[in-house]
Design a protein around this ligand. Structure first.
Ligand code: ZN
Length: 642
């Protein structure tokens, strides 16, 4: 067995041998999953694409070429140079320098012009500045979150470089041939929705997948993180986050509070969205006088150690584990996680939440893999009613309910998750107004919905092609329709409530366990002319589910969202409607089809993320209809997979 220093030494020799002294190499180092080759002649690599491919093949590593810091031109000077090289009609709007990678990210309205004929202009930029240019289209809406995260990452660049190198050395170390076993332990999110958490372990590696919080529960909101398989947290090698919803990502910062120092893997949009939701989560908890599990400093700790991976990129995250993310169709950046464990001994897919149908925002979830033996699948709608109505029918009904309410001068309240359904619902309302199906009334967005929308616009490559085209085509970007009004102050919220006029209010939280929606509900619930429309899943025990079930009166603590008006209970007289079909989750038929059409066919399916009945019924359906071994595990079970 070679030490990591010996491995690196051999790799350096190999690189130099391959390049035969033709190109300068100043340093060779592991950085996360990649082997970074630093050079004072980045242009030579840029001119010779095959060279990098051949190196990667020969070294059996993912090779990235980085300009040696000594050849990088100063940032201001680089900007001047790029302005000089690139024709003005490219309309460059922004530059970001990524010292992590030696990349300069150029935002332009016409990326093609920055790229030039067969990349000519890009090569010019590298030749004169040393920086590797990467061109992206200017996002039509600017996101504060994305900007803040970028600035923050820039501020901790040195720390991050050290971190990437130490992670790289851990991932690429040699491991002794030992017994081959793989186990998965369920730590939360089984026969329940909330606190999703799994542990994949092998003789050499422990990987935590998701670390969610059940926001609706006071006593069982946290995964079982105190069991010996996981404590101390320092023995965890990596954390993988399927998507940004708090029931999957809410307690990731808590891990850092309790001593975890390793990497967090997720897609780029998941990183931005989870930071947004986590910061809001602690802010809302503080406002409601609840115990705060961690503060924003822990979110920053997490960001420092977050490594993003795009869909479809196979990445080593441990000596014996490769991870690949695939589109899950659920929310922006949501991922089906494919783990290739123990040098191919076993392949596990953990779906996170998924939608196996094309929606207004995303393509259908991916279920084609090189290999798969075991699947952990969500089961939210695995029991009860088999199917949701077709999307088209749901959209029509939804537009109709809004228009009926507007006609009788009422207000429509739509409780929504900031991320996912809100953007889908916005598109359908905008279309309704544009086509005259809904009167032209203001549509208020309250509680981070606008910011979440801006994050969507910052990651267009994660949206389906139809929407991507729409948001970049001036005049057809549905999110920029004038009907949308962002509620950005308490005064504005009070005005909407105190001077009611027919309108639509889209507000968080989606399951009505806090957030600005409660303030609107308190104000508009007593009047019959108003309507509340549920478009998302309402978990057991949430306020949303009680209202949906038809409670005539609900207790609403006075301090909720700082509102001191009204009594402790609210009478409910408004119309209560539920429109199924907007869900970001697969319905029962889609859940089954996702497994049925999975290629290759898995040999074991475990059903989680659903209430008890949904998980057990879905598991029985898989066995009876597809003849695949299945189970609905409880929390704290361990399965040996090999
Ligand atoms: Zn989700």
């Amino acid at each position: 067995m070679r030490s990591i220093d010996e491995i690196l030494h051999d790799l350096r020799d190999e690189v130099r041998l391959t390049l035969k002294g033709n190109i300068d190499v100043s340093e060779v180092e592991f950085e996360g999953a990649d082997l970074a080759i630093y050079t004072r002649e980045p242009k030579k690599f840029a001119d010779n694409g095959d060279l990098v491919r051949n190196l990667a093949k020969k070294l059996r590593a993912r090779v990235v070429i980085r300009p040696d810091p000594s050849v990088l031109m100063g940032q201001d000077e680089t900007i001047e140079k790029i302005k000089y090289i690139v024709p003005v009609d490219a309309n460059i709007s922004n530059y970001h320098f990524d010292l992590d990678t030696g990349e300069v990210i150029v935002e332009a309205e016409k990326p093609g012009i920055v790229i030039g004929k067969q990349g000519d202009t890009l090569r010019e930029i590298t030749k004169f500045t040393g920086w590797m240019p990467k061109v992206v289209r200017t996002p039509p809406i600017e996101s504060k979150t994305v900007k803040n995260i970028r600035n923050f990452m820039r501020s901790c660049i040195d720390e991050r470089k050290d971190f990437l190198r130490s992670i790289g050395r851990t991932i690429h170390r040699d491991i002794a041939p030992r017994d081959n076993w793989i186990r998965v332990t369920t730590l939360g999110g089984c026969r329940e929705v909330g606190r999703s958490c799994f542990l994949i372990s092998t003789p050499d590696t422990r990987i935590l997948v998701d670390c969610g919080v059940n926001v609706g529960s006071d006593d069982s909101g946290t995964p079982f993180l105190y069991v010996p398989e996981v404590t101390p947290l320092t023995q965890i090698d990596a954390v993988v986050v399927t998507h940004a919803h708090l029931d999957h990502s809410g307690l990731v910062p808590l891990l850092f509070k309790y001593g975890y120092k390793g990497p967090v893997y997720c897609t780029p949009p998941t990183r931005d969205l989870m930071a947004l939701l986590q910061i809001d989560y602690v802010a809302v908890a503080a406002k409601d006088g609840k115990t705060i599990p961690y503060d924003s400093a822990m979110v920053r700790e997490m960001l420092k150690r977050t490594l993003t991976i795009d869909y479809g990129t196979v990445t080593d995250i441990a000596p014996d584990v490769k991870l690949t993310f695939h589109n899950a169709g659920h929310i922006l950046g949501s991922a089906i996680c494919h783990f290739h464990v123990g040098n191919g001994a076993h392949n596990v897919v953990i779906t996170g939440d998924h939608k196996y149908e094309k929606s207004r925002l995303f393509d259908a979830a991916v279920n084609k893999f090189p290999r798969v033996e075991t699947v952990f699948t969500e089961s939210t709608y695995g029991g009860g009613k088999a199917n949701q109505p077709p999307r088209k029918v749901a959209e029509k009904e939804f537009q109709h309910i809004i228009q009926e309410t507007i006609k009788r001068e009422g207000t429509v309240i739509i409780p929504a998750f900031a991320v996912g359904r809100s953007q889908e619902v916005m598109i359908v309302i905008e279309e309704g107004i544009r086509k005259g199906i809904i009167d032209n009334v203001p549509v208020y967005l309250d509680g981070m919905i606008w910011e979440a929308t801006a994050i969507h616009a910052s990651h267009p490559e994660y949206l389906n092609a139809d929407l991507r085209d729409m948001i970049f085509h001036k005049g057809s970007n549905p999110f920029l329709n004038e009907c949308f009004k962002q509620v950005d102050s308490h005064t504005m919220r009070r005005k909407i409530i105190d001077e009611p006029q027919p309108c639509v209010i889209l507000a968080t939280a989606g399951m009505m366990n806090g957030g600005p929606v409660m303030e609107y509900f308190r104000a508009f619930a007593p009047e019959e002319k108003n309507t509340i429309i549920f478009v998302g899943y309402q978990a057991e025990g949430t306020m949303g589910q009680r209202i949906q079930k038809g409670w005539k009166e609900i207790p609403l603590p006075r301090n909720s969202q700082g509102n001191s008006n009204g009594s402790g209970t609210v009478k409910i007289n408004l119309e209560i409607r539920t429109v199924d079909g907007f869900s970001g989750h697969s319905d029962k038929q889609q859940l089954l089809n996702y497994i049925r059409k999975m290629n290759p066919r898995p040999s074991f399916v475990l059903c989680e993320h659903g209430d008890e009945k949904s998980c057990t019924q879905f598991s029985s359906s898989i066995y009876s209809k597809l003849k695949i071994k299945s189970q609905a595990p409880k929390n704290l079970e361990t399965f040996r997979l090999e």
